[in-house]
Design a protein around this ligand. Structure first.
Ligand SMILES: Cc1cc2nc3c(=O)[nH]c(=O)nc-3n(C[C@H](O)[C@H](O)[C@H](O)COP(=O)(O)O)c2cc1C
Length: 388
């Protein structure tokens, strides 16, 4: 074979060829341009924005317009939308495409938050097959050449699963890939993700890539998910909180030759402190406000330093620092040569929680068609909320 042939991409999402079959999961309050840039500096793949509500986008809400802005280094630009109304979702997609604001659009159908499912939104929505089909079909059509994907959960609870129907409907509607967080809304973030469901979705959806999501804490987990489920790529959320260099490990484990370059990270405390500092400075740039950036990095302190010899007092100081100079002073007190602590730094981080009976509109489960009262109720399901 000729050596001039370019290596096949590890994953193709419509026209987008990725060097590694890896996607940064959208996370509200986390995957802003600062965090996406940081993750991208270590790895390869697709880095999705925080969820943007379609109504706020169509109304050109100032915060929303700032959230959809990418840094020039971000290619491809990926935006996740959340909508409950077919016309508004279509309008939001059209805005992104006509104004050339995205190279990839993802639709979120996975939110388990009671405030949202109570109105029939989020993970409750795919239960209403016609509404789901309408939203995805109109969005995919409006997206044109920009690939549109769908991210969903398994369903409402174990007795009301939606993912296989939704996967097939999305495939028929012309999406470029489907992603499954292999939990029901009732499970919230509890227990372990059901990777067998990812394998079943892969059997059901045959013409576009199926991406698996849930409980990837290391590159080994990602390799195992792909081997066990046959999925075409992985979506990684909580596992990269406080460890954006996980995307380097993922690229080395799963990527093509160009993605797999670079040495494995030696995550000494000095290395972690530098990544934390870089994250803080990118947040300051994103907010264009030093105080705001330094406040926002506070929620990341426990994740970055999990398992490292950083005392409670130092952590508390980092969680109250209000300038980059102050952060530098505190980080300078750490021992940069302290080695990676192994298992103590690994494993679960971020949201967990216990199973909950999902809040739903009255009689929601009785029919898979939307009635008039539900149509009115669902319009309110698109309030600001905290994602999936
Ligand atoms: C803080 C946080 C915010 C999230 N926000 C969103 C969101 O905006 N959109 C979405 O589709 N999923 C959201 N999710 C769900 C993740 O994208 C992902 O599906 C979930 O965390 C499971 O993957 P993981 O086990 O790799 O974390 C969020 C998760 C967390 C922890």
């Amino acid at each position: 074979m000729s050596s001039t042939l370019a290596p096949a991409p590890a994953l193709r999402i419509g026209p987008i060829a990725l060097d590694a079959p890896v996607v940064l999961a959208p996370m509200a309050g986390i995957t802003n341009t600062a965090f996406r840039r940081l993750c991208r500096e270590y790895g390869a793949g697709l880095y999705v924005s925080e969820m943007i509500t379609t109504r706020a986008l169509v109304e050109r809400n100032a915060t929303t317009m700032r959230l959809i802005t990418h840094h020039e280094s971000e290619k491809p630009r990926s935006i996740q939308l959340y909508g409950v109304d077919p016309a508004t979702t279509e309008a939001a997609v059209r805005l992104l495409v006509e104004e050339d604001r995205a190279d990839h659009i993802d639709l979120n159908f996975g939110c388990p938050v009671p405030k949202v499912t109570r109105k029939g939104g989020g993970a409750a929505l795919p239960w209403k097959l016609g509404l789901f089909r309408d939203i995805v079909t109109r969005a995919a059509r409006a997206a044109g050449d920009v690939p549109l994907t769908v991210k969903m959960r398994k369903g409402i609870d174990g007795d009301h699963l939606t993912y296989l129907d939704a996967g097939r409907i999305a495939e028929d509607a012309g999406v470029a890939a489907v992603a499954l967080h292999a939990r029901t809304a009732a499970e919230f973030y509890s227990g372990t993700a059901d990777w067998e469901a990812i394998a079943r979705l892969k059997q059901a959806v045959t013409s576009v890539p199926v991406l698996g999501n849930g409980d990837i804490w290391s590159a080994d987990d990602a390799v195992r998910m792909m081997a066990e489920t046959g999925c075409d790529g992985v979506v990684v959320g909580r596992g990269c909180l406080g460890r954006p260099w996980l995307f380097g490990d993922l690229a080395r484990a799963l990527g093509g030759p160009s993605a797999a370059a670079g040495d494995p990270v030696d995550a000494t405390l000095g290395f972690v402190a530098r990544a934390f500092r870089r994250h803080a400075e990118l947040l300051v740039e994103f907010f264009d406000d030093e105080g705001r950036g330094c406040r926002d990095i506070r929620k990341h302190v426990a994740w970055y330093f999990k398992g490292y010899p950083v005392g409670g007092e130092t952590r508390a100081m980092l969680a109250t620092a209000s300038s980059l100079a102050e952060i530098d002073e505190i980080l300078a007190t750490l021992d940069p040569s302290a080695p990676y602590p192994g298992q103590a730094a690994e494993g679960q981080r971020g949201r967990a929680g216990t199973p909950k009976r999902p809040a739903l509109p009255d009689r929601w489960l009785e029919s898979r068609d939307l009635d008039a009262a539900e149509t009115t109720a669902i319009a309110d399901a698109e309030l600001d909320h905290s994602g999936g």
